[in-house]
Design a protein around this ligand. Structure first.
Ligand code: SAH
Length: 345
């Protein structure tokens, strides 16, 4: 029998398993703490469990772990990029950034991506599979062990589309924020989506405290459809309707990401169109000077133009910031993560 993945189960589900095995419920909490607080990798280490139970668990379940295959440190700002190797040999990347208020980790949610955004390196080699909840948790746990300290913010902005892996991401968030685990408040978590409307609506139902970021990158359908195939499935009207409903249902403002690409979406008329579409949403726009990805040919404009775009949005009543760039020398910036060890930095 193939073993199942114990670390991906919420405490409630472990409890249900234990009841089925004829074990008292409190054992579930003990095991859960071993997995998520002490983060052991073998059942033998769970010393307060009876030895026969440890054996039984070992027959039925495995404890996921991931390995740091490569670790790059930016010489500019100390940002660390991890290439993690998963149990089946697949690889994903995660990026750790140091801010004044603590360490932030950008994690991957899938091996590859099938959304096909033209400016993004993560999608170039296609989609392989979803990450399990345990693999996403291990991205965080392993970075904490490496840091010998606490990760205080987690952003789901690495490789993959989190809402295309909905159930595993929800289990991940529940375990990440659980008091019997590392207890990371969802107020310190951001989830970024390319705009899967059904997923945004399903997420709204959960009423989580996290920050939802939506990758917009264009002021209208004709520009958006050229660089983001997802726009052919859900157009901007549908997307922005879902965003308005999300705000209404959860009371949480949405943050829109807008990668500025020279000659494509960075003209004053685009800022004006964008501002008019976002009016009344209390939205925040995060401008990202597009990062170079060799295969795409997209370029960024001059800094003065980017600042003018921001100033224009502000004048039109839309709160806008320009994203600070970290880890550019190790290809750790937005849209540069890959699932293979291809960089030579
Ligand atoms: N799939 C999710 C999560 C990825 S988040 C999403 O699309 O939101 C990564 C962010 O970086 C997204 O906003 C993405 O659109 C943006 N991005 C991708 N390629 C980029 C590039 N070359 N330059 C700047 N931002 C980019």
């Amino acid at each position: 029998m193939e073993k199942s993945d114990l670390k991906s189960l919420t405490e409630q589900r472990i409890e249900a398993e234990f009841v089925r095995m004829g074990q008292p419920k409190f054992r579930a909490r003990q095991v859960y703490r071993w997995l998520h607080q002490k983060q052991v990798s073998t059942f033998a280490e769970m010393t307060d469990l009876p030895t026969p139970l440890r054996g039984q668990l070992d027959e039925k379940f495995y404890i996921n772990t991931i390995r740091i295959k490569k670790r790059l440190v930016s010489s500019i700002d100390g940002t660390v990029k991890y290439l993690y190797e998963l149990r089946d040999g697949n690889c994903v990347e995660a990026v750790r950034m140091q801010y004044k208020h603590g360490a932030s980790l950008c994690i991957s949610t899938q091996v590859g991506c099938r959304m096909g955004c033209r400016f993004c390196a993560s999608t170039l080699a296609g989609w392989v599979r979803n990450l399990t909840a345990s693999e996403m948790l291990d991205e965080v746990y392993t970075a904490q062990q490496d840091l010998r300290g606490r990760i205080s913010n987690v952003v789901l902005m690495g490789i993959g589309e989190p809402l295309d892996n909905f159930d595993n991401v929800m289990a991940f968030l529940e375990i990440l924020s659980s008091r019997e685990g590392i207890n990371l408040s969802l107020r310190h978590v951001s989830l970024s989506t390319c705009g899967l409307v059904d997923g945004i609506r399903a997420l709204a139902e959960k009423k989580l405290q996290l920050t939802l970021s939506v990758s917009l990158h264009a002021p209208n359908d004709s520009i958006r459809s050229q660089s983001m195939p997802v726009n052919q499935r859900y157009n901007m009207d549908d997307l922005l309707d879902a965003c308005r409903d999300y705000f209404e249902q959860t009371g949480r403002r949405i943050s829109f990401e807008y990668a500025l690409i020279a000659g494509v979406n960075d003209a004053p008329a685009h800022a004006e169109e964008l501002a008019s579409r976002l009016s009344g949403m209390g939205a925040h726009v995060n401008l990202i000077p597009v990062n170079p990805v060799a295969e795409t040919g997209y370029r960024r404009g001059k800094r003065a133009g980017i600042e003018a775009f921001q100033a224009q949005l502000e004048r039109l009543g839309v709160n806008a910031t320009i994203r600070r760039e970290l880890g550019t020398d190790i290809a750790a910036a937005c849209g540069q993560l890959r699932r293979q060890d291809t960089e030579t930095a």
